[in-house]
Write a protein that binds this ligand. Structure first.
Ligand code: CTP
Length: 401
């Protein structure tokens, strides 16, 4: 299976005779099991047709901001396209597209999408000899490189004009090789396996009732998605939660009780490099589960006998080998730092992520969180951020362990 499987790739094609090579590029991306959407500039239409790209990509091909069908106009949303993409390759990049990218001239869908895209793009110029050498193009290439975009240098060779020299579009196989190598280098968790737990656990009282907590699973799911984006193979064990992980390299196992979570963790843990326990595991469960629904009797008090659940993370810490890392979570309401530090030591963890319920915007069901990453030697406090941003910070801290 390709590590690019399921990744969303935008392929931008501008108007050059080399546009025929982008059809081969699309084929190679599909071979890597990527989902591909193609944006053509209007001048690309002089060289290739949208039908070719739509057929091969199995997706709509985008050209204009507004498509006029028989009696309906539809808007191609460049922001949505940019947000959809994990990667963006512009090949061929013509002189005109290059200069529009540099100056922010978003008068076509391709450049507007490029400007809405938050990450770095791969750009592969294609031009004739003198045009490629021209000062403005050379300066524009340097500017894009300085902005961190990935430059795919044109090789020397036969040019469509009949001349010989530098300027032709790099061969699709080499563009793909460069793309894959670059992506791999940036995937800091490439070939790492991570076990993540998420959500609450529910402990049954009788067939209709349970003991649970308010955990939504958002933090654990966000960690799983980010870790997958950063190249890891993720095993996510989740208690009851409405979150989902479609489209990511995440194998999910749904459980209900702490005992079920324990069984799954113990089975998977020996095969992973890192374990992040963000689940809010119930500390207690009813000693006996009533087979029938408990009836209220004369409104008198009801006593439930509770027995402790196994401490999953402590058990995993005992199983761990010297190359594995275990990271816990601690949700505290008072003496936060002190309590979290003592949990780190007591449970023999490599690090603990502390959340305080006293922070505004942090805790259950929020899309934001504020955490402190604590190891034996230092505490790093992060400001209030989205759970996705916090996940990235936490995973970067884990890399440094
Ligand atoms: N944890 C676990 N198994 C349990 C309880 C907790 O693996 N039975 C893990 C949690 O997933 C978390 C860490 O232990 O990573 C700390 O959980 P927390 O509930 O804060 O700590 P407790 O040990 O339960 O202590 P207390 O409830 O007294 O604060």
């Amino acid at each position: 299976m390709s590590f690019l499987k399921g990744k969303n790739v935008l392929l931008g094609v501008s108007g050059s005779i080399a546009a025929y090579k982008s059809i081969l590029l699309l084929r190679l991306l599909k071979k890597e099991e990527c989902n591909v959407k193609v944006i053509l500039t209007k001048s690309a239409l002089d060289f290739v047709t949208p039908l070719t790209f739509s057929t091969l990509s199995e997706n709509q091909t985008y050209v204009n901001f507004v498509e006029e069908n028989e009696d309906e106009k539809t808007w191609n949303n460049h922001v949505e396209l940019a947000e959809w993409a994990n990667y963006f390759i512009i090949a061929p990049t013509t002189s005109s597209t290059l200069s529009k990218m540099v100056t922010g001239n978003a008068d076509n869908l391709l450049v507007a999408t490029y400007m809405s895209y938050k990450s770095k793009v791969f750009f592969a110029p294609a031009m004739d000899l003198e045009m490629y050498k021209d000062d403005s193009n050379q300066k524009n290439i340097e500017i894009l490189k300085d902005r961190g975009h990935y430059f795919i240098e044109p090789p020397s060779g036969y040019l469509a004009s009949g001349m010989h020299g530098k300027g032709r579009l790099e061969e699709p196989e080499l563009i793909i090789e460069f793309f894959k190598n670059t992506v791999k280098k940036e995937l800091v968790f490439f070939e790492k396996k991570i076990l993540i737990t998420a959500g609450p656990t529910y402990e049954m009282i009788d067939p209709v009732r349970f003991i649970g907590n308010f955990s939504s699973g958002k933090m654990g799911f966000s960690l799983a998605k980010k870790a997958s984006e950063m190249g890891a193979t993720v095993f996510l064990i989740s208690g009851p939660s409405n979150e989902s992980v479609k489209g990511f390299n995440v194998e999910i196992k749904k459980v209900i009780s702490a005992d079920e979570m324990y069984d799954e963790c113990v089975e998977i843990f020996p095969n992973v490099d890192i374990c992040i326990m963000s689940a809010a595991v119930s500390d207690y469960k009813p000693e006996n589960i009533n087979k029938e629904k408990i009836k209220k009797e004369n409104l008198s008090n009801l006593n439930l006998n509770l027995t402790p659940n196994k401490d999953i993370i402590s058990h995993l810490a005992k199983m761990k080998n010297k190359n594995q890392k275990i990271i816990g979570f601690a949700l505290e309401t008072n003496n936060e730092l002190e309590n979290a530090k003592s949990k780190l030591v007591r449970k023999k963890l490599d690090a603990i992520v502390m959340n305080s319920l006293n922070h505004k915007g942090a805790g259950f069901d929020f899309d934001t969180n504020q955490v402190t990453f604590i190891t034996e030697t230092k505490s790093t406090e992060f400001s209030l951020k989205s759970k996705d941003e916090i996940s990235e910070e936490i995973l970067n801290e884990i890399l440094n362990l």
